[in-house]
Design a protein around this ligand. Structure first.
Ligand SMILES: [Fe+2]
Length: 426
């Protein structure tokens, strides 16, 4: 699920090719003496140049290296004049090359370029899919997928009129899951889902429209839904989280097997995931993973995807000695929720299975843990609280080797980076 990225082979592309930020970097080598740093900084002040990043460290030759990034292009007169002034003051100046990183969306509207790069489409059903032989079901999925593919940033979210069969599927799943969740979901999930039910955003009586759920979440934590037609690569999916955007499917599983779905459907997205996005700590945890994924190497994308899997999909909390789920994969599962969270769980006689292993949620460890996609997990990661999980994730992300630091400017919905990067289109 990880796309290819060759940092040593920049490639142009028809979708915009290479781009660069309005940033330039230099290394200034100064004598290791009092006042040297101030003298360098005063030159920036004199020329009214904004620094976006500064680091300093002793160099091997007994001097001091000051690494700076500023909001100028290398072609600008100001940049040239700065270099000349620093050199005239006796400093050694080395202009640094930009860092090349995998392409990533810089503005929330750039997610339009990501959303349709699905690895499969909602209509590509395999022969063992419950709806494979059902032509009207496939036609229905094709309509819902087409609406997701046509969606562009700023449009109203597609409205899906669910038919009576689909409404029955939703109602039976909703009631069945909610009963189990009352016993095994974490308290934050229960508080969020109950509030959504009181606000009539969620309920068994009908699958809610994305617009309604999205508006509700935006008001609480700034998270929003965006329709998608199928599975995205880990890189593309995680990039949405950086903007507090959750890519979600709107189609519903086949009526013949309401308790089973081979892929995420609207029940998984809205019953499993949506309530947790109303929680601030969970929203922060998710965005943290998303921001760390921007421009990350393929290997780090894989590690971040595992962290996402073991938290947002299959994470558990220890609440007063009881294991309680906050991951959507568990919260929307009919058997695995008990398997992971019921301390008295015993395997059915006809299906022997060992109990799972629980480890403390340490992203360093979770990042290297392989996982099954089509079976129960053998290992779950448990956190003391969502705040703890979020803080540990933040620390892990800060330690990833990446040539820049990124954050989202909430006002402009743009990703701010602290130094010059060139994005390689893939
Ligand atoms: Fe999911």
């Amino acid at each position: 699920m990880v796309d290819k990225f060759h940092p040593d082979k920049p490639r142009a592309s028809s979708a915009g090719g290479l781009d660069r930020d309005q940033r330039s970097s230099m290394l200034i080598s100064v004598a290791d003496e009092t006042g040297a740093l101030e003298q360098v900084l005063s030159e920036f002040t004199r020329q009214r140049i904004n620094l976006t990043q500064i680091e300093s460290r002793p160099s091997v030759d007994g001097r001091f290296d000051i690494y700076v990034n500023c909001a100028l292009t290398p072609e600008s007169k100001q940049w040239q004049s700065l270099i000349a002034a620093l050199a005239a003051n006796g400093h050694e100046v080395h202009v640094l090359e930009d860092s090349w990183v995998a392409w990533f969306p810089r503005h929330i509207s750039d997610l339009d370029d990501v959303a349709n790069r699905t690895l499969d489409a909602g209509t590509d059903l395999s022969a063992d899919h419950p709806g494979f032989q059902d032509a009207p079901y496939r036609q229905r999925r094709a309509e819902i997928d087409a609406a997701a593919r046509a969606y562009r940033f700023g449009d109203a979210l597609p409205n899906v009129e669910y038919n009576p069969d689909e409404q029955r599927v939703w109602a039976s799943i909703y009631l069945e899951l909610r009963g189990r969740q009352e016993r095994f979901a974490c308290s934050r999930y229960l508080a969020c889902v109950q509030e959504m039910e009181r606000a009539d955003v969620l309920g068994a009586h009908r699958p809610p429209q994305f617009q309604v759920v999205s508006d509700y979440l935006r008001e609480r934590t700034g998270f929003q839904l965006r329709p998608v037609a199928g599975l995205l690569s880990s890189r593309d999916f995680l990039s949405g989280l950086a903007f507090r955007v959750f890519f979600a499917t709107q189609y519903i599983r086949h009526v013949s097997r309401p308790m089973y779905t081979p892929e995420p459907d609207v029940c998984h997205e809205l019953i499993g995931h949506a309530p947790m996005f109303a929680d601030h700590d969970f929203a922060n945890l998710s965005q943290e993973i998303g921001l760390a994924s921007l421009g990350a190497s393929d290997a780090d994308i894989e590690r971040l995807a595992r962290c996402y899997w073991f938290s947002a999909e299959f994470g558990v909390l220890n609440e007063a000695g009881q294991r309680r789920a906050y991951g959507a994969g568990l919260l929307s599962s009919f058997g695995e929720l008990e398997y992971a969270c019921d301390g008295d769980w015993l395997p059915p006689e006809d299906e022997p299975r060992s109990p799972p292993v629980f480890l403390p949620f340490e992203p360093d460890r979770s990042a290297d843990q392989p996982y099954p996609i089509t079976d129960y997990q053998d290992v779950y990661f448990e956190a003391a609280s969502l705040q703890q999980a979020s803080e540990r994730m933040r620390r892990f992300c800060r330690n990833l080797a990446r040539p820049f630091y990124a954050r989202l400017d909430d006002n402009t919905q743009r990703i701010w980076v602290d130094r010059a990067v060139r994005r390689i289109q893939h």
